[in-house]
Each structure stands twice: as C-alpha cells, then as structure tokens.
Design a protein around this ligand. Structure first.
Ligand SMILES: [Zn+2]
Length: 136
C-alpha cells in the first residue's frame, strides 16, 4: 500500500485532533462553551481554537494550546486574543503560558512516525468519547 504523504498525515491529524478537543471539552450531551465568549454550542458547530498559531507545529496538537470555541471568535475575531489570553492565564499560569510559547517555537520537526502514532491515539480517544456520550 502507498504510504501517506506528510501533508496527508498533517491533515488527518488536524481533523481527528480537532474532534478530540471538541468532544473532550464538551459536556455529556456534546455541548460546551466557547472559551473566549461563553456561547454554548454543540461540538459539531464548535471549533478547536489554537492559542499559539497552528503554524507552530510543536504546539499544533498540544491539548494545552487548543480549546473549545466558536466560529465568530476563531475566524471573524481572529482568535479573540484578549479573551483567549485571559483564559490561558486564568486556567494555567503566566509561567506555563511562557513555557508553552518556548515550546511552540522549538523548530524540531515532528517525525512522520509520531504523527501516525498521534492519529492512532486520537482516533481511539474520539471513538471512546463518542461512545461515552452516545454521539455515534
Ligand atoms: Zn466565541
């Protein structure tokens, strides 16, 4: 069988990781609040919003860097960063957010084998969360 390209792996991991964030941060019925504006929405309508940008690969799939949000905040308000920063400082700490920034700027390339492992891991987690919540 033909091996998937790196960009195919990235795309696949983005998709399943986003599902994981939205399912893990929503309640037992699949509803959650946008972390930056508080709007309550169903996980399928929600977005997985990055604090440090997706362009920074070391934190692109870091659960501490990606949280539940709405289209308006993530896209129209370009991340709603004043509120997102408040959320990060309140949920973690200044030191943690600074360390996450250093991690986000680490230029080491993530090996494709690790991308594949993450895809497997999050696919399994998504399956479990959907079963738990009856969202199959
Ligand atoms: Zn919002």
């Amino acid at each position: 069988m033909k091996q998937p390209t790196r960009s195919q792996l990235v795309k696949k991991l983005d998709k399943v990781f986003s599902q994981y964030i939205r399912l893990s941060e929503s309640d037992e019925n699949g509803y959650g609040n946008c972390i930056t504006c508080g709007t309550n929405l169903f996980w399928k309508q929600a977005q997985a919003c990055h604090f440090y940008t997706r362009g920074r690969y070391p934190t692109r799939w870091d659960e501490d860097n990606v949280h539940y949000g709405c289209f308006r905040c993530n896209v129209l308000l370009k991340g709603n960063y004043i509120n997102y920063t408040r959320y990060m400082l309140d949920s973690y700490s200044r030191e943690f957010v600074d360390e996450l920034e250093i991690k986000s700027q680490n230029g080491t390339k993530i090996p494709s084998s690790e991308l594949k492992e993450k895809i497997e891991y999050y696919t399994e987690e998504v399956k479990k969360l959907k079963e738990e919540k009856g969202l199959l």
